[in-house]
Write a protein that binds this ligand. Structure first.
Ligand code: THU
Length: 139
């Protein structure tokens, strides 16, 4: 299940907005919330967690993936990622790869209520993923 009309976009956005309010971002003050919808109809959420050692910051999508795995796993079919202004924010490069692992190129990424969602394969073309490992291993 991942057809556009079946995704509860409004609820997904609201959950991302609520998640952003839980973020820990005292250094950048960029509060990011992420919400995901699974192929079996569950919601998962995450928020960014910064660190005084800046490079250790966990993005909201990282936290969302933890929530997914902690709650039984499954596949993501849609995500909404917003900043504290409640508007969509583009996932960073690392997070595109994190999302690819759990949703693949067909994962729909929210682009706001006035624009079509984008597939992850547009944001991360020619992605390297789990399917590449067995065919590229020389062992
Ligand atoms: N951030 C995310 O949480 N996700 C992204 O995809 C982009 C960036 C966070 C990390 C950091 O806490 C803040 O935004 C500023 O970079």
């Amino acid at each position: 299940m991942s057809s556009l009309s079946e995704i509860p976009w409004n609820e997904l956005r609201e959950r991302a907005i609520r998640a952003a309010a839980t973020s820990y971002a005292p250094y950048s003050n960029v509060h990011v919330g992420a919400a995901g919808y699974t192929t079996d109809g569950r919601f998962v959420v995450g928020a960014n967690v910064e660190n005084a050692s800046y490079g250790l910051t966990l993005c909201a999508e990282c936290s969302l993936v933890s929530d997914l795995i902690r709650n039984g796993g499954g596949r993501l079919c849609a995500v909404s990622i917003v900043a504290g202004d409640t508007k969509p924010i583009a996932p960073c490069g690392r997070c595109r790869q994190l999302l690819f692992e759990h949703g693949g190129g067909g994962l729909l990424v929210d682009n706001g209520p006035d624009a079509a969602p984008r597939h992850l394969h547009e944001l991360l073309p020619d992605a390297f993923g789990p399917d590449d490992l067995p065919v590229r291993s020389t062992k």
